[in-house]
Design a protein around this ligand. Sequence first.
Ligand code: SF4
Length: 112
Amino acid sequence: MKTCSRRNLFRLAGAGSLALLLPAMTRMSAGTAWAEDERLDPDGAQAKALGYVHHYSDVDQSRWPRYEEGQICANCQLAQGDLSAEWFGCSIFPGKQVANEGWCNAWVERQG
Ligand code: SF4
């Protein structure tokens, strides 16, 4: 019967941790990761729940009174990646890209 020494156990744990961390670390290299994400579908359940639209001019202001002129994804604190691009990431919708001139009800003024 094969025994598992403490040293081997640590090696296995280290390899397992690396395997778990690697996808996350890859994801953090924003430039390329965001480029691979698919665009957020405004008709998806979460997008609809937050009133997301690809263009601010499509905001239904009777339904989303929080919207104010000038609010777009590109000046939202929750946007991630290259905000001068047409599409980039958003922490509310992981794995998806949102439009530069999009908007949703979670909009927060970007600081700095
Ligand atoms: S949270 Fe901000 S960046 Fe994300 S979709 Fe809403 S307005 Fe756009």
